[in-house]
Ligand binder design. Structure first.
Ligand SMILES: Cc1cc2nc3c(=O)[nH]c(=O)nc-3n(C[C@H](O)[C@H](O)[C@H](O)COP(=O)(O)OP(=O)(O)OC[C@H]3O[C@@H](n4cnc5c(N)ncnc54)[C@H](O)[C@@H]3O)c2cc1C
Length: 426
């Protein structure tokens, strides 16, 4: 049972189950597996909450941050995965506690437009987009939203619109994505707050440190999202009760339990689910820079999603429009391209041709570079219900359980650390 204070701190995140072992908070030593944003935030929050507990963080690679990386070249700055955070007080609190207030800014309010390509035409997504679903579709979607285990397509009864939504977040089609997992508050999953939605929203708004975000806005860090990883790493290195072990791959929780001499209940597996039974979508990420004069005809906005699977590029994000900081050299604009491998033959030429067609420009980009490859887990209909009903011998954290956005991951770390609040065992 959550208190009003819990709802103000965490909002609708409380509708998501915590996948924790009941004995976790009784541990006097905790081992976290995975040094992405989830593992780092958990180590920071638990280590701060309980200086008496030794927290060991194990990361299999040579670097921390997981999927988060900021690519920089000359005046170009491009995030490979997450580039901005949606409003949530837990993310603002983390930025504030890490001393990054001056770097953290609301995104450009003139860059809120989002478009979807339907056929060869670009449509701006607006309130009128919902009208395309029609009253019957809206009613059917509403009824489906009350039934656990439905897909995003079942809830948003329009192919291109629902596909655009899931593509923008998961690079997967709406029929393949669990509606409960993507938006539990919209589908009525989980517990309900003790006060009305509007009242709670106002209370949450008043709780943000740094600045109160406008509804529908985003916020980002001036020099890219990797700044938060660097700040976490630097803070953790100064904490006496934190130990970070790089290049140490944990095969499974049993092995960690033996090698670190802790019970399974003291392990937080924050690489996500130990196995990804539903597979993953693999994407390549490209930075595409143009001289501004070659792309003046393209409206300032957030970006365009392309549901058509015949097109290699599934999303074009206007990186130099979105952020308050400059992401391209003077006189240039930067776009980030998402290229799912199941839609792409693998040649750079295909990407150049596809982006030229989508941006309707004959000019070649001043910059085109593949800046990374990422894997995004799949969350088929019924996923959220299945993970919520399991009993866990060890705890699981990270984006395969918490929700896909950084706000979910960071809030989950706070919620888990709050379980430790009762203090050391007598
Ligand atoms: C292309 C892309 C775009 C995104 N865009 C956005 C966005 O715009 N907004 C947003 O909010 N979110 C976005 N996200 C999601 C966001 O990046 C994630 O929610 C978040 O970064 C996940 O952090 P994590 O720590 O849970 O997982 P990860 O970053 O995957 O970290 C897991 C870590 O565990 C390590 N590891 C794995 N297995 C082992 C093992 N056996 N032993 C030891 N270590 C191991 C890995 O090396 C890695 O460092 C995006 C993600 C991608 C890929």
């Amino acid at each position: 049972m959550y208190s009003l204070e819990d709802w103000i701190r965490h909002g609708n995140e409380l509708k998501r189950p915590l996948l924790v072992n009941q004995a976790l908070a009784e541990s006097n030593r905790v081992v976290i597996v995975g040094g992405g944003l989830s593992g780092l935030s958990l180590a920071y929050r638990i280590g701060t909450e309980r200086p008496d507990i030794l927290v060991t963080l194990i990361e299999k690679t040579t670097r921390l941050g997981g999927v988060i990386e900021t690519w920089k070249r000359g005046g170009w700055i491009c995030d490979v995965s997450v580039n901005a955070a949606r409003p949530h007080p837990a993310f603002w609190r983390l930025v504030h506690d890490l001393g990054l207030d001056d770097e953290f800014k609301q995104s450009n309010e003139n860059a809120r437009s989002r478009w979807i390509m339907i056929g060869e035409r670009k449509h701006r997504i607006s309130m009128f987009t919902a009208a395309k679903i029609g009253p019957l579709g809206i009613l059917k979607g509403f009824l489906n939203s009350k039934v656990p285990g439905k897909s995003v397509f079942d809830v948003i009864q329009n192919g291109p619109i629902s596909d655009a939504l899931t593509l923008g977040i998961l690079n997967d089609s709406a029929k393949e994505v669990d509606a409960n997992f993507l938006f539990p508050s919209f589908t009525g999953f989980g517990p309900k707050p003790p006060v009305g939605k509007r009242r709670l929203r106002n209370m949450i708004s008043a709780s943000y440190p740094i600045f109160t975000p406008e509804r529908g806005s985003l916020a980002s860090l001036d020099s890219g999202m990797y700044s938060i990883i660097e700040a976490l790493e630097s803070r953790l290195n100064k904490m006496k009760n934190i130990e970070i072990v790089l290049e140490s791959k944990a095969e499974n929780p049993d092995e960690v339990s033996k090698s670190h001499n802790v019970p399974l209940s003291s392990i937080i597996w924050s690489t996500g689910m130990p196995t990804r039974p539903h597979g993953e979508t693999e994407i390549s990420v490209f930075a595409a820079g143009y001289e501004s004069s070659d792309v003046n005809h393209i409206g300032v906005g957030y970006g365009t999603l392309i549901p058509n699977i015949e097109t290699p590029v599934s999303g074009i994000l206007h990186e130099s429009d979105i952020h308050s900081s400059q992401r391209a050299p003077n006189g240039h604009r930067l776009f980030r391209l998402m290229v799912p491998h199941q839609r792409w033959g693998g040649s750079e030429g295909e990407v150049v041709e596809s982006v030229a067609r989508l941006l309707k420009t004959v000019e070649r980009p001043a910059l085109l570079e593949k800046i990374g490859t990422r894997r995004i887990p799949r969350f088929p209909p019924g996923y959220m219900k299945s993970i919520a009903e399991k009993k866990y011998d060890f705890s699981v954290a990270g984006w395969t359980g918490s929700g896909v956005s950084v706000t979910h991951v960071v809030d989950e770390a706070e919620r888990i650390s709050e379980l430790f609040r009762q203090g050391p065992k007598p």
